[in-house]
Design a protein around this ligand. Structure first.
Ligand code: KG4
Ligand code: ZN
Length: 351
């Protein structure tokens, strides 16, 4: 399919996990619409995402979300120059809905389509609101599926310097919330409980703080919380919920902040960014901001709506990729590929 002579207004679809998202962005930063429908109500009773239910819900909602996005943008499909869609990594059945829908749109309108990596989209989220973000910068990427530190040397050039050896930070939030009987997703609930805590936070060990590298491990912390909760009576666990949430959040955030600052200093990088769902955590944002400020390091983080899954970040990134001549076609396939980052450690472009 030939490139539209002007690929400036991009409509993107994002269905990699449990949020059905459509975004319309002009020239990589002007957000005309960023609509999402969350499935939290469906999955909360299971304490985690059920892939079949996620895919079915995407299928039911994607057409309506597209309509709402076009209405919000005061546009019709004839105003769109090109499409973008998250095609990896994610839940295969969820990705399939978005990719098929975007391909159908591309086929029907004869407009180009481009597959985008979800993680690279998260890394781009800061640029949406700050297109002049300086390079190189160090990004702490913390989501439900990934946790890593990457140096963004320039657009399209990434250098991984550390990552979790087991659970992602968001996964730890979700699992600890489950041990505490708090619902799903765990991050926002734990953040709220911790903010309400008026007792001394329960102490939990900070894993790999002095490991000498920039890797993380959160599985031990999650298990420590589980054992602690199991050691208490039901009444006592209920009474201590907020102090446990605060202690867990502090242990996890302290490690993220400490290692990010150490990495910025080691690699002499003067700008830090934060991305991914856990970047919505206000305690993490303020702790990293404080520590960066003390050392005269610039610190940027996206608005909360751009931290968690959204399609504006996909549309924004796609604009730059179209400018560089990238384009997919109707053979675009999804890639579940959850081990993607692990297998590409330390390569120049892990995407
Ligand atoms: O980026 P995201 O929306 O989806 C993935 O790509 O994984 O991240 C979802 C993760 C979930 O684990 C959720 O609990 C966590 O982000 N999260 C938070 C907060 N909001 C979402 N974690 C801590 N504090 C929050 N406020
Ligand atoms: Zn995500």
């Amino acid at each position: 399919m030939p490139q539209h002579p002007k690929t400036e207004i991009i409509l993107a679809i994002e269905t990699s996990c449990d949020d059905t998202c459509v975004g319309i962005v002009e020239k990589g930063h002007k957000i005309h619409a960023n609509v999402l429908s969350s499935q939290n109500e469906i999955h909360t009773q299971f304490g985690g995402i059920i892939p079949e239910l996620a895919a079915r819900s995407h299928l039911e909602k994607i057409g309506v979300i597209l309509e709402i996005a076009l209405q919000k943008a005061c546009m019709s499909l004839s105003d769109i120059h090109a499409f973008a869609v998250t095609h990896r990594p994610g839940l295969a059945s969820s990705l399939l809905v978005g990719v098929s829908f975007a391909k159908a749109l591309s086929y029907a309108t004869r407009l180009p389509i481009l597959g985008i990596n979800h993680i690279e989209g998260h890394l781009f989220a800061c640029h949406l609101e700050k297109p002049d973000l300086p390079f190189p910068h160090l990004c702490l990427m913390v989501s439900g599926g990934h946790t890593f530190l990457v140096i963004v040397e320039k657009r399209n050039q990434y250098r991984m310097i550390g990552q979790t050896t087991d659970d992602a930070a968001g996964e730890a939030f979700d699992k600890v919330a489950r041990h505490l009987g708090l619902g799903f997703p765990g991050g926002p609930i734990i953040e709220k409980m911790a903010a309400e805590n008026r007792e001394t936070p329960v102490f939990f060990p900070k894993a790999m703080l002095y490991s000498g590298d920039f890797n993380f491990s959160f599985s031990g912390l999650k298990t420590a919380v589980k054992y602690y909760v199991e050691s208490l009576s039901k009444e006592e666990a209920e009474k201590q919920k907020k102090a446990i949430a605060a202690g867990f959040q502090k242990a996890l955030v302290d490690v993220l902040v400490e290692k990010t600052i150490q990495a910025a200093q080691k690699y002499s990088i003067s700008t830090i960014t934060l991305s991914g769902g856990v970047a919505a955590n206000r305690f993490l944002r303020s702790r990293l901001s404080e520590e960066a400020q003390k050392r005269d390091i610039g610190f940027y983080y996206p608005s909360i709506i751009l931290c968690t899954d959204n399609a504006a970040m996909i549309a924004g990134l796609a604009y730059y990729k179209y400018q560089e001549g990238e384009q997919s076609d109707l053979s675009l396939a999804l890639e579940e590929n959850s081990q993607f980052m692990k297998s590409r450690q330390n390569t120049k472009n892990p995407f």
